[in-house]
Design a protein around this ligand. Structure first.
Ligand code: SF4
Ligand code: SF4
Length: 436
């Protein structure tokens, strides 16, 4: 088959399927779980309204118009509606397929197209290019340029640049890249052999989190391998409708890890985990790769899920703090994991967990949504911070680096001096505090 017609076949598969759309019975039970509907009260910006519009397009009764794209782009893809739906509508699958369909039809300026290609094809999947970009960011943040620009108030002149500056990830050097290809021995007898996925942005902005993850796994008897040939998981590509790019990355990760004899392939990033667990959906047109992807998916575990499923090493010191837990959407709704992080937090001596209202409603981070839809993202974040503040907790704990960045910005803008940590960092702190 010629390359171009093969490409067309793949694109045709990447659109919402009628049988998935028909599961929606228009009951509206999902409306209250939708952050954009709660904010705007507009039916077309609710899950039911978006599914209706997708159905219209699928049946040829409406065009893919700028208005259609606008309503779908405003969706956070948080999948809160999927959890709320009693009819089993797989909304995440629908929105990803709809975005893949219109991505081929969206008219972008040559500059936009080039910028997107650079980010998605040449920065996110390339450790070298990501390191160079992070080095530039680190230089900017470390040698006073960022604070000088903040002091001069220049960012106020450029739309929402001031908000984006608060959301920008800190570049952490030395990066985690140095650990690729290495294997870390367990502390004590070996109980498990696991592979760790480094991801893309997290490698340069959450290197300390990665290191804490390795330490906590070692404390729990894991031999931790960091396979060298792994790459970005492709989650951002899937969310942006770039499924062909995502397929290439998925195939590389499957090759890098599936035959490694691992008890689990671990990620500390729920946004990645959700996509990793759905790799087989990218290969529905390719039976051989679909089978390999299923094998891979069976091994993937979120770090919370993995640790909560084993006998946890109880040798922890006290962490005397009241914390509140924000469910990461791709853990709670994408992977249906809510109890595991709470179980881990409750295992930490001295720690008090105080639940916030609506902890499973999105914080507004949603991958790069906060950069692309900053106004809505900030409105959602402001509501989230009201819930956080009402708990009086001094720390917000979550399970996804993207949520951590968003919540840090939230604490800075609307908070009461709270700090933000990942569940694994809290466990790491507890293990470090153990005095025997
Ligand atoms: S994914 Fe989230 S934002 Fe999108 S329709 Fe569902 S609940 Fe609303
Ligand atoms: S998505 Fe589910 S909950 Fe929402 S309107 Fe459709 S059937 Fe009802």
């Amino acid at each position: 088959m010629a390359a171009s017609s093969q490409h067309t076949d793949l694109v045709q598969l990447d659109k919402p399927r009628q049988k998935d759309l028909d599961r929606c019975v228009h009951c509206g039970l999902c409306l209250n779980s939708c952050p954009t509907y709660r904010e705007l009260g507009i039916e077309m910006d609710s899950p039911r309204g978006r599914i209706y519009q997708m159905n219209q397009v699928a049946r040829g009764q409406a065009e893919i118009s700028p208005s259609y794209i606008g309503h779908l782009e405003l969706c956070l893809a948080c999948r809160g509606c999927e959890t709320a739906c009693p009819s089993g509508v797989q909304y995440g699958r629908l929105i990803e397929a709809a975005r893949a369909e219109y991505e081929t039809k969206v008219k972008r300026t040559p500059m936009e197209r080039t910028a997107r290609n650079i980010v998605f094809r040449h920065i996110l999947p390339s450790r070298l290019n990501l390191t160079l970009a992070a080095a530039g960011l680190w230089f900017f943040q470390t040698f006073g340029l960022q604070s000088l620009i903040r002091k001069l108030g220049i960012l106020k002149w450029f739309g929402n640049a001031e908000t984006l500056d608060k959301l920008s990830p800190p570049a952490e050097f030395p990066t985690f890249f140095a650990q690729y290809g290495k294997t870390f021995a367990p502390e004590g007898p070996k109980r498990y052999r696991v592979a760790m996925l480094g991801g893309c942005m997290a490698n340069v902005s959450f290197a300390r989190l990665h290191e804490a993850t390795v330490r906590v796994l070692q404390k729990n008897g894991c031999e931790v391998a960091v396979p060298d040939t792994q790459t970005c998981c492709g989650a951002l590509h899937v969310h942006a409708g770039r499924r062909d790019d995502a397929r290439g990355l998925a195939a590389q990760n499957i090759r890098a890890m599936v035959d490694g004899g691992f008890d689990a392939i671990i990620t500390n990033t729920s946004g990645c985990g959700s996509t990793l667990k759905e790799y087989h959906e990218l290969f529905e047109h390719d039976p051989a790769m679909h089978a390999r992807a299923k094998q891979f998916v069976a091994q993937v575990r979120d770090i919370n899920e993995f640790l909560a499923s084993i006998e946890l090493n109880p040798k922890m010191g006290e962490v005397k703090q009241t914390v509140t837990y924000q469910d990461s959407c791709h853990l709670a709704h994408g992977q249906k994991i809510k109890a595991a992080p709470r179980k881990l937090l409750r295992a930490v001596p001295g720690l008090t967990l105080k639940e916030m209202a609506n902890s499973d409603v999105c914080c507004g981070s949603a991958g790069i949504y906060n950069v692309l839809q900053t106004e809505m993202s900030m409105a959602v974040l402001s509501k989230k911070m009201e819930s956080v503040n009402r708990t009086g907790a001094g720390r917000v704990v979550t399970a996804n680096p993207g949520c951590m960045l968003q919540l840090r910005a939230g604490c800075e803008m609307h908070g009461q001096g709270q700090t933000v940590k990942h569940v694994v960092e809290v466990l790491d702190e507890a293990y470090a505090a153990y005095r025997g």
